[in-house]
Design a protein around this ligand. Sequence first.
Ligand SMILES: C[C@H]1O[C@@H](n2cnc3c(O)ncnc32)[C@H](O)[C@@H]1O
Ligand code: ZN
Length: 431
Amino acid sequence: MIAIKNILVLNNFEEPQKCKKSDILIENNIITKICDAGQLKTPEGAIVIDGTKKAIMPGLINTHSHIPMTIFRGVADDLPLMDWLGNHIWPLEAKLDEEIIYAGTMLGCMEMIKTGTVAFNDMYFFTDSIIKAVETANMRCTLSYGLIDLCNEEKRQTEVKAQKDVLNSLEKAHNKNGLINAAVGPHAPYTCSADLLQHAHELAKEHNIPMNIHMNETEDEIRQIKEKTGLRPFEFLNSLGVFDDINVVAAHCVHLSDNEINILKEKNIYVSHNPLSNLKLGSGIAPIPTYLKDNINVTLGTDGCASNNNLNLFESIKACATVHKGVQQDSTVVKVSEVLNMATKNASKALNYNSGEIKEGMWADLVILDLKNPTLIPNKNIISHLAYSFNGVVETVIINGKIVLENGKMTTMDEDKVYEKAEEAYLNLVN
Ligand SMILES: C[C@H]1O[C@@H](n2cnc3c(O)ncnc32)[C@H](O)[C@@H]1O
Ligand SMILES: [Zn+2]
């Protein structure tokens, strides 16, 4: 049990004036009580956190990452997507092994936790190593294996077999404490055959799990699909039935026609907006204000550390809250509450979680901020600061009712060892 006393609860992004100091009780992995400050009787044996001069917010949820790619930080800067992937990232990924993946995932979990992220939706390879690291870190996640067949029948068969093993591992991991969840991850329309996309869709439906896919990131890939199929990517996948009856998290969604935006609406597709990756790779800027007007579900992601180059979701929040104002020359678009909801409750809905808000009965996935932080002062407008000024350095993080970061220190891992292993992994990757 954890009792948090006299803390400012940031549970209403729309009406910041209604946020007040309260006491919170966590039992097992659930928030069981929220009451006025001073009203909670501390249960015997509870860990007590004094929340004076602190605030608590829902933990952030990153809906698009490639967590082991922390090891790729800085390896291929200032290149466009296809050159970056084909000539730099994929050749290096051919050298990956279980140790590199484990080291990269440990570093990624540490970075996310220290910057207030409690859960992430990931697509990568070597899923067993990722599971091992995430279990050590005690993070919540939805993991998918990146399916790529480049329209080659032999490769498709290997991918289908690998996918089966991955789902078995993920099911076992999920059964331990529910922290690890499965998704299917066809990489993108330009790397997957129609058969592979349909196979992934069938699996998602059969297992009642989401699909995680890169969509319409660049004009170049859209041209490729149009040449091959006569249709734009969303139209092509829709014609295959790939969006039917499942939750789809579509990363990027930078360049969409009006008809494709209608497909987003009709099929209730969740957009994972990755503004910093799109800016760095020169891909473009997604029309988020249009999506918001159309009531499309928008969430936020970082993408991997070779295109961002960090996993601090507060940076993506600020980018999202500012870049669209500049592009549209309209400072009223993408409001603070909208962008904070993207990183919390919208993401929770996309991934079928019970978090993203601070309410009785919800999972205890929470982040405590020390208000004695220069980027949060004056302490008056904290919710505005979360979007525009906060540097992301959080004090305490609770995931599934367990304290994983305490006064800025990881409780689940030896930080120096993680840094050392990540340096070693980098050398093994590039040499
Ligand atoms: C899982 C595979 O996805 C690759 N990847 C990482 N970031 C991106 C991106 O922005 N667009 C397309 N593909 C991406 C990663 O390197 C793996 O190969
Ligand atoms: Zn990506």
